[in-house]
Design a protein around this ligand. Structure first.
Ligand code: NI
Length: 152
């Protein structure tokens, strides 16, 4: 396993749309394991592949920060958002030192492929939903800066 270098703003890869994963193979699983190690090393609760220089729809999250409880999501899509939103402070490993108050849907439904390549459809709420929405944004080339700018 390896700790990967986290790409920082304004690297252009952070503004690009990530490409779908077509096949979950061994190489991809190794990348996922390295992303998980890197997320914990950097004290993050989520990491998207573009943040380690790979423009693919791969997300790892660990909302509780507990090792062994990571969630791996390929081709993540948020398919439903509650109309009720909550505003809370968010940071990003690609924007060290910055936090911004970001509105997010309180509850979401999402689809993805799991680590074995099987489709999943789940719901999440609260902080878990917030982390998923943050990482989904990375896959669309969106950083929290965008919200911070629109709030001013
Ligand atoms: Ni981020």
């Amino acid at each position: 396993m390896a700790i990967l270098k986290v790409v920082r703003h304004p690297n252009p890869i952070l503004s690009q749309k990530a490409l779908p994963v077509l096949r979950v193979n061994r190489k991809l699983r190794r990348l996922v394991h390295d992303m998980i190690e890197t997320m914990y090393q950097e004290d993050g609760v989520g990491l998207a592949a573009p943040q380690v220089g790979v423009p693919k729809q791969i997300v790892v999250i660990s909302p509780q920060g507990t090792r062994g409880e990571e969630q791996v999501l390929f081709n993540l899509q948020v398919i439903e958002c509650s109309s009720k939103q909550e505003v809370d402070a968010e940071g990003c490993l690609s924007l060290p030192g910055l936090t911004a108050e970001i509105p997010r849907a309180r509850k979401i439904a999402y689809t993805a492929l799991d680590l074995n390549g099987f489709p999943v459809r789940e719901t999440a709420e609260g902080f878990h939903a917030r982390v998923i929405q943050h990482e989904r944004d990375h896959l669309n080339g969106i950083l929290i800066l965008k919200y911070a700018a629109s709030l001013r």
